[in-house]
Design a protein around this ligand. Structure first.
Ligand code: TMP
Length: 224
């Protein structure tokens, strides 16, 4: 069976993730055939999961219980993992996810304390099996710095409206998973310029592609 390459990008608020995803999209469309790669975001990425995203981030009715919130993130992940990510990887494609289960460890585990981080990992395994990114970029920025960057901007969603304490906990959650699954983590100082960060990301991806026998404009050769 062919095995593709699964890359995820993670980070707290205002870390520059959106800019990096945009730069990475350009790199992939300049260097690969469109049917070789797929960009997805979490929560979201399928019609149903995008509806769940709206509920999670923009629903203005009753406040979801922390457990409800956790299960909605898991429901969205179940949908995208099984209908999009696994089939693409089985075809040998490259999948780039803007957030994956590390976000749940950080936000629902460490920050909301819905359940222990190890129980979230168990729940994740029940929902998506052994699916795990091969390479994760964590754009690390101190929450104090992130708050400076956001000064004067209106919060865009419920989580962005949380205070410094919440975001300090998110950072702690990322440190936990980055240490626990260190084999796939590439931690990047998000205070570098977007160009410097992009260069680090692309170099690392090209290294990983060599390991996986992926050639630009060719399908992936790695047979498992
Ligand atoms: P973003 O796409 O702009 O990063 O927004 C997604 C928001 O959802 C962000 O505030 C982090 C949050 N989130 C969680 O709390 N848990 C999760 O598992 C995921 C994927 C995202």
């Amino acid at each position: 069976m062919k095995k593709g390459l699964f890359i995820s990008i993670e980070g707290g608020e205002a870390c520059g993730k959106t800019t990096q995803v945009r730069m990475l999209k350009k790199y992939f469309s300049d260097n690969f055939n469109d049917d070789q790669f797929m960009f997805l975001r979490e929560p979201g990425g399928t019609p149903l999961a995008e509806e769940i995203r709206k509920l999670l981030l923009h629903y203005n009715g009753e406040a979801p219980l922390p457990m409800t919130e956790l299960l909605l993130y898991c429901a969205a992940r179940c949908q995208i993992a099984n209908t999009k990510i696994k089939p693409a990887l089985n075809k040998g494609n490259i999948v780039i996810a803007d957030r994956f289960y590390d976000s749940t460890i950080a936000y629902q585990g460490e920050a909301r304390k819905v359940m222990s981080k190890s129980d979230i990992l168990k729940l994740t395994k029940l929902v998506i099996g052994d699916l795990r990114p091969d390479l994760t970029f964590y754009l690390k920025l101190s929450p104090a710095e992130a708050f400076k960057r956001k000064e004067g901007l209106e919060p865009l969603d419920r989580i962005e409206s949380e205070g410094l304490e919440f975001h300090n906990a998110v950072a702690k959650g990322y440190d936990y998973i980055a240490q626990k699954e260190s084999d796939r983590f590439c931690i990047i100082d998000a205070s570098l310029s977007p160009e410097e960060i992009s260069k680090i990301i692309i170099n690392k991806i090209e290294e990983k592609m060599k390991e996986f026998n992926i050639n630009k404009e060719n399908s992936i050769d790695k047979e498992l």
